[in-house]
Design a protein around this ligand. Structure first.
Ligand code: NAP
Length: 329
């Protein structure tokens, strides 16, 4: 068996270029004692990967030059000398952008192969955990709140809106283009704002007449500023991500409307989903129940082939995806 790997060749400036990657091939060696080998079947494509390519201090160490690119994957055990894992087990973990990975079992989770495997990098993986804990724990969403989410037609955003509806909130999504806004209606959002064709600040005033109780921010920049201008008293602003800033070559654009926090006695809080790891089981069980009951629609945008990785990653920044973007190895 030959492995094929995408390694970081250079730290990107702006959007990653093909030359920022180096493809390597090497035979897959037999597992050592206590090790197992996983064949990656699906690789999660996440906006955060752009941040992991940068030098400097963050919530996680940067990927080193020459290292296999970090990524969450789901796959099958093809060889094992680990007492906890057998050949054929379906597993998920941070196994990287490569066809095969060795693991000592640390950080690896066995998953139920009866469910579609891409779910484990989507609604039942990091994406679902981010939506669940970001909305319910950090945002403290409660029935009758007006919840606004940006990046609404993406992986995290589609789940935030649907969980908000389950909890009795009003859900308003901000997304780019009429197709995405139509999709938000199909999955139960009460209203959608097309930020590419509408004045977001004005549309928020119209669609949230009593103000925004929870603003779940996936994009930062001008949309964050527009949402700050529309907060209700006691609002919670959840800083989940800022994709509009991830490829910036100038300093990140901060919000200018932050005094709205003062006027409205509001809070703005960032979070990293890893801090909720001890409670992932609880969230995954609840989300799986909602999917089984037809209360949550999941959608994966699947790109075929490991070699499609460099361009597939850029789809996130072009806004080409609806739902969870996944690479099928
Ligand atoms: P995603 O929303 O599926 O994909 C990214 C989407 O962002 C694109 O489809 C695009 O949709 C939108 N976008 C791209 N460039 C934009 C821009 N300049 N302005 C506005 N929107 C833009 O990705 P995801 O995996 O669900 O991640 C969503 C956010 O959650 C990201 O910011 C990510 O970093 C964050 N996140 C945070 C944590 C945490 O622990 N805090 C964990 C996971 C993810 P449009 O067509 O609508 O523009």
């Amino acid at each position: 068996m030959m492995n094929r790997q995408f390694r970081l060749a250079a730290r990107p400036v702006g959007l990653p270029k093909p030359s920022d990657w180096r493809v390597t091939e090497e035979p897959v060696r037999d597992p050592a004692d206590g090790e197992l080998v996983v064949q990656n079947l699906f690789i999660s494509l996440d906006p955060a990967m752009r941040g992991w390519m940068n030098e400097g201090k963050s919530y996680i160490a940067p990927v080193g030059i020459g290292e296999v690119m970090r990524a969450l994957t789901v796959g099958r055990v093809v060889a094992s000398r680990h007492p906890g894992f057998a050949t054929g087990d379906a597993v998920s973990g941070m196994l990287g952008v490569q066809a095969y990975a060795h693991s000592n079992g640390k950080g690896l989770t066995k998953v139920d192969p009866a469910l579609p495997l891409p779910l484990y990098v989507g609604a039942l993986g990091g994406t679902g955990m981010t939506a669940y804990f970001g909305l319910l724990d950090v945002g403290e969403a409660k029935a009758s709140d007006t919840v606004v989410v940006s990046g609404a037609a993406g992986a995290v955003g589609t789940l935030v809106g649907q969980i908000a509806k389950i909890k009795g909130c009003r859900a308003v999504g901000i997304a780019g283009g009429p197709d995405k806004c139509r999709y938000l209606g199909e999955i139960g959002f009460d209203a959608a704002i097309d930020y590419k064709n509408e004045d977001v600040k004005k549309a928020l005033r119209e669609k949230c007449p009593a103000g925004i109780d929870v603003y779940f921010d996936n994009v930062g920049g001008d949309i964050l500023d527009a949402a700050l201008a529309g907060l209700a008293r006691g609002a919670r602003v959840v800083i989940c991500g800022a994709i509009s800033q991830y490829n910036a070559t100038a300093p990140v654009k901060g919000p200018s409307n932050y005094l709205s926090l003062l006027v409205n006695r509001a809070t703005m809080k960032g979070f990293v989903v890893f801090d909720f790891a001890a409670r992932y089981g609880e969230a995954a069980r609840e989300i799986a129940g909602w999917i089984a009951a037809g209360k949550i629609a999941t959608r994966e945008d699947v790109v075929e082939g490991l070699d499609a990785f460099p361009d597939a990653l850029l789809r996130l920044f072009r806004g080409d995806n609806i739902g969870k973007l996944v690479l099928k190895v």
